[in-house]
Design a protein around this ligand. Structure first.
Ligand code: ADP
Length: 189
């Protein structure tokens, strides 16, 4: 079993890299943002609840998010592990993930952190807003998501660094170059 936790601020390229890694490692990408958006498109109760938070760029409450991840990681295609993208995003979620993986007799193998300067991130997100028209990619929400990231998610970097799991990667390179570095990092973990 192999669990990879991809860390990085909004716009760092986690989703793009996770999709490429999925093929390489033969492990599914488990992206909480995508799971919430899927629920939203299908107008499930979970989707309607998540929307009220996502629209403002706030985090969906931990218990809701953890329950969703537990269900996803229990599915047969995750039997050999998963690439986690966008989870955990709070210390409480990180602790819940440890407990969950202990139940599955698994553990986190590596935590690659895709590092990109804030100014570059904001530029990328504004561009994505134009191209994809994602509801939460507008200037105000982007600012809030960055704030939420700094306050609630960035402390996780030390949490994983202290355990020797964090591997910093320069995310301001081509998609292919980031992928290559990521692959090497995971292989040597
Ligand atoms: P981003 O590009 O901001 O990283 P995501 O697609 O990962 O976007 O997430 C979009 C939104 O979904 C977040 O702003 C948040 O509202 C919600 N979300 C995603 N993952 C989590 C999580 N682990 N905990 C709480 N909320 C989450």
């Amino acid at each position: 079993m192999k669990y990879i936790v991809l860390m990085g601020a909004p716009g760092a390229g986690k989703g793009t890299q996770a999709k490429l890694l999925e093929k390489r490692l033969g492990l599914p990408q488990v992206a909480t943002g995508d799971l919430f958006r899927h629920n939203l498109n299908n107008q499930t109760e979970l989707g309607k609840l998540a929307q009220t938070y996502m629209d403002k760029g706030n985090l969906v409450p931990d218990e809701v998010t953890v329950a969703m991840v537990r269900q996803r990681l229990s599915q047969p295609d995750c039997a050999n592990g998963a690439i986690l993208d966008g989870f955990p995003r709070t210390l409480a979620q990180a602790e819940a993930l440890d407990a969950l993986l202990a139940e599955f007799n698994g553990r986190i193998n590596a935590v690659p952190f895709i590092h990109v300067e804030t100014s570059v991130l904001i530029e990328r997100l504004l561009k994505r807003a134009e191209i994809e028209g994602r509801a939460d990619d507008n200037a105000e929400t982007i600012r809030n998501r960055m704030n939420v990231y700094q306050h609630q998610t960035a402390p996780l970097l030390d949490f994983y660094r202290n355990r020797g799991l964090l591997k910093e990667i320069d995310g301001d390179q081509s998609i292919e170059a980031v992928q290559e570095t990521l692959r090497q990092t995971i292989e040597s973990a």
